[in-house]
Design a protein around this ligand. Structure first.
Ligand code: NAD
Length: 364
Protein backbone atom coordinates (compact mmCIF):
# COMPACT_ATOMS: atom_id res chain seq x y z
CA UNK A 1 0.00 0.00 0.00
CA UNK A 2 1.07 3.56 -0.62
CA UNK A 3 1.66 5.83 2.37
CA UNK A 4 1.80 9.62 2.65
CA UNK A 5 4.05 10.67 5.54
CA UNK A 6 2.64 13.88 7.05
CA UNK A 7 5.30 16.01 8.78
CA UNK A 8 9.01 15.61 8.15
CA UNK A 9 10.39 16.14 11.65
CA UNK A 10 12.69 14.06 13.79
CA UNK A 11 10.62 10.89 14.08
CA UNK A 12 9.80 10.76 10.36
CA UNK A 13 13.40 11.33 9.28
CA UNK A 14 15.18 9.08 11.77
CA UNK A 15 12.76 6.17 12.18
CA UNK A 16 9.71 6.07 9.93
CA UNK A 17 11.20 6.80 6.50
CA UNK A 18 14.19 4.46 7.06
CA UNK A 19 11.64 1.91 8.35
CA UNK A 20 10.06 1.58 4.90
CA UNK A 21 13.21 -0.28 3.85
CA UNK A 22 12.24 -3.12 6.19
CA UNK A 23 8.50 -3.07 5.50
CA UNK A 24 6.98 -5.82 3.35
CA UNK A 25 3.59 -4.40 2.44
CA UNK A 26 3.94 -0.62 2.34
CA UNK A 27 5.96 1.98 0.50
CA UNK A 28 6.23 5.74 0.87
CA UNK A 29 4.47 7.31 -2.11
CA UNK A 30 3.85 10.89 -0.90
CA UNK A 31 5.23 13.46 1.55
CA UNK A 32 3.52 16.37 3.28
CA UNK A 33 5.76 19.20 4.46
CA UNK A 34 5.57 22.95 5.05
CA UNK A 35 9.04 23.36 3.55
CA UNK A 36 9.14 22.67 -0.19
CA UNK A 37 12.93 22.33 -0.46
CA UNK A 38 13.10 19.91 2.43
CA UNK A 39 10.27 17.92 0.87
CA UNK A 40 12.12 17.77 -2.45
CA UNK A 41 15.37 16.61 -0.85
CA UNK A 42 13.64 13.85 1.13
CA UNK A 43 11.51 12.88 -1.88
CA UNK A 44 14.57 12.36 -4.05
CA UNK A 45 16.22 10.32 -1.27
CA UNK A 46 13.22 7.97 -1.01
CA UNK A 47 12.14 7.91 -4.68
CA UNK A 48 8.91 9.85 -4.17
CA UNK A 49 7.85 11.65 -7.37
CA UNK A 50 7.79 15.46 -7.20
CA UNK A 51 4.07 15.55 -8.02
CA UNK A 52 3.41 13.68 -4.76
CA UNK A 53 4.91 16.36 -2.48
CA UNK A 54 2.10 18.21 -0.70
CA UNK A 55 1.97 21.05 1.81
CA UNK A 56 -0.50 21.70 4.61
CA UNK A 57 -2.76 23.78 2.35
CA UNK A 58 -3.14 21.42 -0.61
CA UNK A 59 -3.13 18.33 1.66
CA UNK A 60 -6.83 17.74 0.86
CA UNK A 61 -5.90 17.11 -2.78
CA UNK A 62 -4.63 13.72 -1.64
CA UNK A 63 -8.17 12.65 -2.47
CA UNK A 64 -7.23 12.67 -6.17
CA UNK A 65 -4.12 10.55 -5.65
CA UNK A 66 -4.74 6.81 -6.00
CA UNK A 67 -1.10 6.09 -5.08
CA UNK A 68 -1.89 6.92 -1.43
CA UNK A 69 -3.89 4.37 0.59
CA UNK A 70 -3.21 5.75 4.06
CA UNK A 71 -1.58 8.76 5.66
CA UNK A 72 0.82 8.53 8.59
CA UNK A 73 0.43 11.64 10.77
CA UNK A 74 3.68 12.63 12.52
CA UNK A 75 2.87 16.21 13.51
CA UNK A 76 2.78 17.99 16.90
CA UNK A 77 -0.02 16.48 18.99
CA UNK A 78 -2.58 19.28 18.71
CA UNK A 79 -2.58 18.95 14.90
CA UNK A 80 -3.40 15.23 14.86
CA UNK A 81 -7.17 15.77 15.01
CA UNK A 82 -7.35 18.25 12.11
CA UNK A 83 -5.10 16.21 9.81
CA UNK A 84 -6.90 12.98 10.65
CA UNK A 85 -10.32 14.43 9.86
CA UNK A 86 -9.08 16.03 6.63
CA UNK A 87 -7.48 12.76 5.51
CA UNK A 88 -10.64 10.77 6.20
CA UNK A 89 -12.65 13.33 4.22
CA UNK A 90 -10.13 12.90 1.39
CA UNK A 91 -10.94 9.17 1.42
CA UNK A 92 -7.73 7.96 3.08
CA UNK A 93 -7.21 5.62 6.03
CA UNK A 94 -5.22 7.14 8.91
CA UNK A 95 -2.29 5.95 11.00
CA UNK A 96 -1.72 8.60 13.68
CA UNK A 97 1.18 9.02 16.09
CA UNK A 98 0.67 8.95 19.85
CA UNK A 99 -0.67 10.74 21.80
CA UNK A 100 -3.69 10.59 19.54
CA UNK A 101 -4.82 14.15 20.41
CA UNK A 102 -4.72 16.75 23.14
CA UNK A 103 -8.20 16.10 24.57
CA UNK A 104 -10.77 13.32 24.90
CA UNK A 105 -13.15 15.40 22.79
CA UNK A 106 -10.71 15.68 19.84
CA UNK A 107 -9.90 11.98 20.12
CA UNK A 108 -13.59 11.07 19.98
CA UNK A 109 -14.09 13.36 16.97
CA UNK A 110 -11.25 11.59 15.14
CA UNK A 111 -12.97 8.25 15.72
CA UNK A 112 -16.42 9.43 14.67
CA UNK A 113 -15.19 11.28 11.56
CA UNK A 114 -13.20 8.25 10.35
CA UNK A 115 -16.26 6.07 10.96
CA UNK A 116 -18.46 8.52 9.06
CA UNK A 117 -16.03 8.44 6.12
CA UNK A 118 -15.79 4.63 6.26
CA UNK A 119 -12.02 4.83 6.82
CA UNK A 120 -9.85 2.99 9.33
CA UNK A 121 -7.98 4.78 12.10
CA UNK A 122 -5.00 3.23 13.87
CA UNK A 123 -2.93 4.84 16.63
CA UNK A 124 0.79 4.13 16.30
CA UNK A 125 1.31 2.35 19.63
CA UNK A 126 4.42 0.54 18.44
CA UNK A 127 4.89 -1.49 21.64
CA UNK A 128 1.74 -3.51 21.03
CA UNK A 129 3.35 -4.85 17.83
CA UNK A 130 6.66 -5.66 19.48
CA UNK A 131 7.65 -9.25 20.30
CA UNK A 132 8.98 -8.43 23.77
CA UNK A 133 5.74 -6.76 24.84
CA UNK A 134 3.60 -9.45 23.20
CA UNK A 135 5.55 -12.04 25.21
CA UNK A 136 5.08 -10.04 28.44
CA UNK A 137 1.32 -9.89 27.77
CA UNK A 138 1.26 -13.68 27.31
CA UNK A 139 3.18 -14.23 30.57
CA UNK A 140 0.76 -12.02 32.51
CA UNK A 141 -2.41 -13.42 30.98
CA UNK A 142 -1.31 -17.07 31.32
CA UNK A 143 -0.22 -16.40 34.91
CA UNK A 144 3.16 -17.96 34.16
CA UNK A 145 4.49 -16.94 37.58
CA UNK A 146 1.15 -16.66 39.34
CA UNK A 147 -1.37 -13.84 39.52
CA UNK A 148 0.27 -10.48 38.89
CA UNK A 149 0.08 -8.19 41.96
CA UNK A 150 1.93 -5.04 41.04
CA UNK A 151 3.41 -3.36 37.95
CA UNK A 152 5.84 -0.48 37.93
CA UNK A 153 7.30 1.57 35.06
CA UNK A 154 9.49 4.57 34.40
CA UNK A 155 9.92 6.41 31.10
CA UNK A 156 11.95 9.55 31.12
CA UNK A 157 14.57 11.56 29.30
CA UNK A 158 16.40 14.86 29.45
CA UNK A 159 16.99 15.77 25.81
CA UNK A 160 14.36 18.30 24.68
CA UNK A 161 15.89 21.67 23.80
CA UNK A 162 14.27 24.64 25.52
CA UNK A 163 11.47 26.16 23.43
CA UNK A 164 10.42 23.00 21.57
CA UNK A 165 6.68 22.55 20.78
CA UNK A 166 6.60 19.81 23.42
CA UNK A 167 6.87 22.56 26.05
CA UNK A 168 3.93 24.57 24.66
CA UNK A 169 0.75 23.26 26.23
CA UNK A 170 -1.52 24.24 23.33
CA UNK A 171 0.58 22.15 20.92
CA UNK A 172 1.57 19.25 23.18
CA UNK A 173 -1.50 18.92 25.42
CA UNK A 174 0.71 18.45 28.47
CA UNK A 175 4.26 17.52 29.42
CA UNK A 176 5.92 14.20 30.18
CA UNK A 177 2.59 12.46 30.88
CA UNK A 178 1.05 12.45 27.37
CA UNK A 179 4.43 12.30 25.63
CA UNK A 180 6.29 9.48 27.41
CA UNK A 181 3.99 8.50 30.30
CA UNK A 182 1.39 7.35 27.79
CA UNK A 183 3.60 4.34 26.97
CA UNK A 184 3.00 2.77 30.36
CA UNK A 185 -0.55 4.04 30.84
CA UNK A 186 -1.10 1.96 27.72
CA UNK A 187 1.17 -0.89 28.89
CA UNK A 188 -0.61 -1.26 32.26
CA UNK A 189 -3.89 -1.52 30.32
CA UNK A 190 -2.72 -4.01 27.67
CA UNK A 191 -0.75 -6.21 30.08
CA UNK A 192 -3.83 -6.74 32.25
CA UNK A 193 -6.44 -6.23 29.51
CA UNK A 194 -8.40 -4.36 32.19
CA UNK A 195 -9.42 -0.72 32.59
CA UNK A 196 -8.46 1.20 35.74
CA UNK A 197 -11.21 2.07 38.24
CA UNK A 198 -9.20 4.33 40.57
CA UNK A 199 -6.50 6.84 39.71
CA UNK A 200 -4.21 9.11 41.77
CA UNK A 201 -1.55 11.48 40.47
CA UNK A 202 1.14 13.96 41.41
CA UNK A 203 3.32 16.26 39.28
CA UNK A 204 6.26 18.61 39.53
CA UNK A 205 6.75 21.83 37.59
CA UNK A 206 10.13 23.37 38.58
CA UNK A 207 9.82 27.16 38.63
CA UNK A 208 13.49 27.78 37.84
CA UNK A 209 13.52 25.77 34.56
CA UNK A 210 12.08 27.57 31.48
CA UNK A 211 11.10 24.23 29.91
CA UNK A 212 8.38 23.85 32.52
CA UNK A 213 6.60 27.22 32.32
CA UNK A 214 3.53 25.55 30.79
CA UNK A 215 3.92 21.82 31.28
CA UNK A 216 4.77 19.28 33.97
CA UNK A 217 8.24 17.78 34.35
CA UNK A 218 7.80 14.62 36.44
CA UNK A 219 4.39 12.97 36.52
CA UNK A 220 3.76 10.10 38.90
CA UNK A 221 0.54 8.19 39.18
CA UNK A 222 -1.15 5.02 40.37
CA UNK A 223 -3.83 2.96 38.67
CA UNK A 224 -5.95 0.37 40.46
CA UNK A 225 -7.54 -2.32 38.28
CA UNK A 226 -10.73 -4.28 39.07
CA UNK A 227 -8.87 -7.58 39.62
CA UNK A 228 -6.79 -5.90 42.32
CA UNK A 229 -3.63 -5.28 40.28
CA UNK A 230 -2.01 -2.05 41.33
CA UNK A 231 0.30 -0.11 38.95
CA UNK A 232 2.55 2.89 39.49
CA UNK A 233 4.40 4.86 36.85
CA UNK A 234 6.62 7.87 36.60
CA UNK A 235 7.43 9.89 33.48
CA UNK A 236 9.89 12.75 33.38
CA UNK A 237 11.62 15.32 31.18
CA UNK A 238 14.57 16.19 33.40
CA UNK A 239 16.36 12.96 34.22
CA UNK A 240 18.76 10.78 32.28
CA UNK A 241 17.13 8.41 29.78
CA UNK A 242 15.57 5.53 31.68
CA UNK A 243 12.80 3.30 30.33
CA UNK A 244 11.82 0.21 32.28
CA UNK A 245 8.82 -1.92 33.11
CA UNK A 246 8.66 -4.48 35.92
CA UNK A 247 5.87 -6.91 36.73
CA UNK A 248 5.64 -8.53 40.16
CA UNK A 249 4.02 -11.96 40.64
CA UNK A 250 4.26 -14.50 43.50
CA UNK A 251 6.87 -16.78 41.85
CA UNK A 252 8.95 -14.24 39.95
CA UNK A 253 9.35 -10.68 38.84
CA UNK A 254 9.78 -10.09 35.16
CA UNK A 255 10.00 -7.09 32.93
CA UNK A 256 11.80 -5.16 30.25
CA UNK A 257 14.76 -2.82 30.50
CA UNK A 258 14.85 -1.00 28.20
CA UNK A 259 11.11 -1.33 27.69
CA UNK A 260 10.02 1.52 25.43
CA UNK A 261 13.07 2.18 23.22
CA UNK A 262 13.29 1.68 19.46
CA UNK A 263 15.64 -1.29 19.84
CA UNK A 264 17.57 -3.59 22.21
CA UNK A 265 14.46 -4.43 24.24
CA UNK A 266 15.58 -6.98 26.82
CA UNK A 267 13.52 -9.09 29.21
CA UNK A 268 14.71 -9.94 32.71
CA UNK A 269 13.18 -12.66 34.88
CA UNK A 270 14.13 -12.95 38.56
CA UNK A 271 13.07 -16.00 40.58
CA UNK A 272 14.13 -18.51 43.21
CA UNK A 273 16.49 -21.28 42.12
CA UNK A 274 16.84 -23.59 45.12
CA UNK A 275 18.14 -21.41 47.92
CA UNK A 276 19.50 -18.74 45.61
CA UNK A 277 17.87 -16.13 43.40
CA UNK A 278 18.46 -16.43 39.66
CA UNK A 279 18.21 -13.81 36.95
CA UNK A 280 17.56 -14.79 33.36
CA UNK A 281 17.84 -12.40 30.44
CA UNK A 282 16.08 -12.75 27.09
CA UNK A 283 16.75 -10.77 23.97
CA UNK A 284 14.40 -10.34 21.05
CA UNK A 285 15.24 -10.26 17.38
CA UNK A 286 15.48 -6.66 16.21
CA UNK A 287 12.86 -5.42 13.77
CA UNK A 288 12.11 -1.86 12.83
CA UNK A 289 9.04 -1.17 14.98
CA UNK A 290 7.63 1.33 12.50
CA UNK A 291 7.90 -1.15 9.61
CA UNK A 292 6.05 -3.74 11.69
CA UNK A 293 3.20 -1.42 12.64
CA UNK A 294 2.78 0.00 9.11
CA UNK A 295 2.68 -3.54 7.68
CA UNK A 296 0.09 -4.48 10.30
CA UNK A 297 -2.16 -1.56 9.37
CA UNK A 298 -1.96 -2.38 5.66
CA UNK A 299 -2.87 -6.01 6.34
CA UNK A 300 -5.85 -5.05 8.52
CA UNK A 301 -7.07 -2.55 5.89
CA UNK A 302 -6.81 -5.24 3.22
CA UNK A 303 -8.62 -7.79 5.42
CA UNK A 304 -11.30 -5.25 6.39
CA UNK A 305 -10.46 -5.79 10.07
CA UNK A 306 -9.84 -3.40 12.95
CA UNK A 307 -6.19 -2.68 13.77
CA UNK A 308 -4.91 -3.99 17.11
CA UNK A 309 -4.72 -0.36 18.28
CA UNK A 310 -7.67 1.46 16.69
CA UNK A 311 -8.86 4.95 17.62
CA UNK A 312 -10.81 3.60 20.61
CA UNK A 313 -7.51 2.54 22.21
CA UNK A 314 -6.26 6.12 22.06
CA UNK A 315 -9.54 7.58 23.32
CA UNK A 316 -9.38 5.39 26.44
CA UNK A 317 -5.78 6.44 27.13
CA UNK A 318 -6.90 10.07 26.95
CA UNK A 319 -9.66 9.35 29.50
CA UNK A 320 -7.05 7.90 31.87
CA UNK A 321 -4.65 10.83 31.26
CA UNK A 322 -7.51 13.23 32.07
CA UNK A 323 -8.21 11.37 35.31
CA UNK A 324 -4.52 11.57 36.30
CA UNK A 325 -4.45 15.34 35.65
CA UNK A 326 -7.65 15.78 37.68
CA UNK A 327 -6.26 13.70 40.54
CA UNK A 328 -3.00 15.71 40.51
CA UNK A 329 -4.88 19.02 40.55
CA UNK A 330 -7.48 18.14 43.19
CA UNK A 331 -5.65 15.52 45.26
CA UNK A 332 -7.27 12.26 46.29
CA UNK A 333 -8.63 9.48 44.14
CA UNK A 334 -10.50 9.87 40.84
CA UNK A 335 -12.86 7.03 40.02
CA UNK A 336 -13.45 5.71 36.50
CA UNK A 337 -16.35 3.54 35.31
CA UNK A 338 -15.80 -0.22 35.63
CA UNK A 339 -15.45 -2.11 32.34
CA UNK A 340 -16.00 -5.86 32.67
CA UNK A 341 -14.86 -7.00 29.21
CA UNK A 342 -11.12 -7.51 28.70
CA UNK A 343 -9.39 -5.71 25.80
CA UNK A 344 -12.57 -3.79 25.10
CA UNK A 345 -10.82 -1.02 23.15
CA UNK A 346 -8.53 -3.20 21.01
CA UNK A 347 -8.80 -5.02 17.69
CA UNK A 348 -7.80 -8.70 17.25
CA UNK A 349 -4.41 -9.70 18.64
CA UNK A 350 -1.36 -9.71 16.39
CA UNK A 351 -0.45 -13.05 14.82
CA UNK A 352 3.29 -13.25 15.18
CA UNK A 353 5.35 -14.74 12.39
CA UNK A 354 6.77 -18.14 13.25
CA UNK A 355 10.38 -17.43 12.35
CA UNK A 356 12.63 -14.99 14.07
CA UNK A 357 10.12 -13.00 16.04
CA UNK A 358 9.99 -14.93 19.29
CA UNK A 359 12.22 -14.17 22.23
CA UNK A 360 15.13 -16.48 22.84
CA UNK A 361 17.19 -16.90 25.98
CA UNK A 362 20.66 -15.40 25.76
CA UNK A 363 22.07 -16.66 29.03
CA UNK A 364 21.35 -16.39 32.72
P1 NAD B 1 9.30 17.19 15.44
O1 NAD B 1 9.19 18.54 16.07
O2 NAD B 1 10.66 16.66 15.19
O3 NAD B 1 8.51 17.17 14.05
C1 NAD B 1 7.25 17.77 13.88
C2 NAD B 1 7.05 18.18 12.43
O4 NAD B 1 5.81 18.88 12.33
C3 NAD B 1 8.14 19.12 11.90
O5 NAD B 1 8.50 18.72 10.60
C4 NAD B 1 7.44 20.48 11.86
O6 NAD B 1 7.95 21.32 10.82
C5 NAD B 1 6.01 20.07 11.56
N1 NAD B 1 5.01 21.07 11.94
C6 NAD B 1 3.93 21.36 11.19
N2 NAD B 1 3.20 22.32 11.78
C7 NAD B 1 3.83 22.65 12.93
C8 NAD B 1 3.56 23.58 13.96
N3 NAD B 1 2.48 24.36 13.95
N4 NAD B 1 4.44 23.67 14.99
C9 NAD B 1 5.52 22.86 15.06
N5 NAD B 1 5.83 21.95 14.08
C10 NAD B 1 5.00 21.86 13.04
O7 NAD B 1 8.46 16.19 16.36
P2 NAD B 1 8.58 14.61 16.42
O8 NAD B 1 9.48 14.25 17.55
O9 NAD B 1 8.88 14.07 15.08
O10 NAD B 1 7.09 14.21 16.90
C11 NAD B 1 6.01 14.21 15.99
C12 NAD B 1 4.90 13.31 16.54
O11 NAD B 1 5.41 11.99 16.67
C13 NAD B 1 4.39 13.69 17.94
O12 NAD B 1 3.02 13.43 18.01
C14 NAD B 1 5.13 12.75 18.87
O13 NAD B 1 4.44 12.47 20.06
C15 NAD B 1 5.25 11.51 18.02
N6 NAD B 1 6.42 10.71 18.37
C16 NAD B 1 6.24 9.38 18.52
C17 NAD B 1 7.33 8.58 18.81
C18 NAD B 1 7.17 7.09 18.90
O14 NAD B 1 8.10 6.41 19.32
N7 NAD B 1 6.04 6.54 18.49
C19 NAD B 1 8.61 9.14 18.98
C20 NAD B 1 8.75 10.51 18.79
C21 NAD B 1 7.64 11.29 18.48
Amino acid sequence: MGVAVVGLGNLSLTQILPGFGEAKHVKVTALVSGEREKGQAIASQYGVPEKNIYDYKNYDQLKDNPEVDFVYIVLPNSLHAEYTVRAAKAGKHVLCEKPMATSVKDAETMVSECQRAGKKLMIAYRMLYNSAHIEAIRMVREKQFGEVRFINAVNGQNDAPSGQWRQIKALAGGGSLPDVGIYFVNAFRYLTGEEPIEVTGQMTQPKNDPRFREIEDVSTFTLRFPSGVFATGSAGYSYHENRHLRIMAPDAWFGLDPAFSYDNLTMQIGRKAGKANSMEERRFSPKNQFAVEMDHFSERIRAGKEARTPGSEGVQDHRVLDAIYHAAAAGGVVKLPAVSQLDSTRGPAVEEEKSGSNGFPSGT
